[in-house]
Design a protein around this ligand. Structure first.
Ligand code: A3P
Length: 288
């Protein structure tokens, strides 16, 4: 489909949600009905919120802080069930994978893997990021590559799509709040990108505890080193170079890069909308 206006943007409507064309009804059904176990981990997020960073951390935590010396890249260790793009796994293949499995999902809670934390014993981790940085990161990502939405419009139009909830995965706040509401479940951990930037070791301890791993001080140091932006961007294991040499996953890695794009008027309109809509949630973000 095409978004309204003169700009093209590829997407599909699935149960009322804007999703990438490679999220098909059959894959969503498989994702919802896959059998999960307590040892499994599923990291969830709205796009561009730090999911690759979190995936790398999870892999390292589950492997004593070691990247594999050679062989399959990070992506092939993540089971992104809702996606038909480069993830042709069948139910039988997924059932046969060794434990613990790392699942990835960009779905809102009502479309969650295996029914989400209230219905599945899997450990869920959601990562959220301030919406201005998400919006800018997503703009670069969707404009930068043929395999994503292939967006070819202006920043201004993109901002309108984002604020109207018409980008892939729909409305950012609906998505985040749907997971924020279940944050109290025992098998659920809610993280923020800005907390990882500010206090990596503290957040790493929460992640390790959530997946039931006790890391030695040396293993912690290995995770810290192998999860830095510069390391991940360079390392063949994590840099996603095998995906059409696409660098949209490692652009800046900073808090506050929205300032490069948002005008004062855009900031005012955006802040007004989100402050109002978030007021009662108790969820807050830092933007600098
Ligand atoms: P920017 O575009 O603002 O740089 P996702 O993996 O969910 O698609 O999110 C991508 C965003 O996470 C990008 O944001 C990317 O640079 C950032 N990122 C990736 N690895 C990171 C790391 N190790 N530390 C901080 N940010 C990271």
């Amino acid at each position: 489909g095409l978004a309204t206006g003169e700009h093209s943007y590829k997407y599909r409507m699935l149960e009322g949600l804007v999703v990438p064309p490679y999220v098909t009804p059959a894959r969503l059904n498989l994702s919802r009905t896959i059998a999960t176990q307590p040892a499994d981990v599923c990291h969830c997020s709205f796009p561009k919120s730090g999911s690759t960073w979190l995936a790398n951390i999870l892999y390292l935590v589950l492997h004593d802080g070691h990247e594999p010396g050679q062989g399959a890249p990070l992506r092939s260790h993540l089971h992104w069930m809702e996606s038909a793009w480069t993830y042709p796994r069948t139910r039988e293949q997924v059932d046969a994978l060794p434990s613990p499995r790392i699942f990835k999902s960009h779905m809102p809670h009502h479309m969650a893997l295996a029914g989400g934390p209230r219905q599945s014993p899997c450990r869920f981790i959601y990562i959220a990021r301030n919406p201005k940085d998400v919006c800018v990161s997503y703009y670069h990502f969707e404009s930068g590559s043929a395999w994503s939405g292939g967006y070819d419009g202006t920043w201004e139009h993109w901002l309108r799509l984002f604020m109207d909830g018409r980008v892939q995965r729909g409305d950012w706040l609906d998505h985040v709040l749907s997971w924020w509401e279940v944050r109290g479940e025992e098998n659920m951990l809610f993280l923020r990108y800005e907390d990882l930037k500010r206090d990596f070791r503290g957040q790493l301890a929460r992640i390790a505890a959530h997946v039931g791993v006790q890391l030695s001080p040396k293993a912690v140091d290995r995770v810290v080193a192998a999860s830095s932006f510069s390391h991940m961007r360079a390392a063949p294991f994590s840099n996603h170079k095998h995906i059409a040499d696409f660098q949209g996953f490692f652009r800046k890695g900073e808090v506050g890069s929205w300032r490069d794009r948002f005008t004062v008027a855009q900031t005012d309109a955006f802040d007004r909308l989100y402050t109002e809509r978030m007021a009662d949630s108790g969820l807050t973000f830092t933007f600098e």
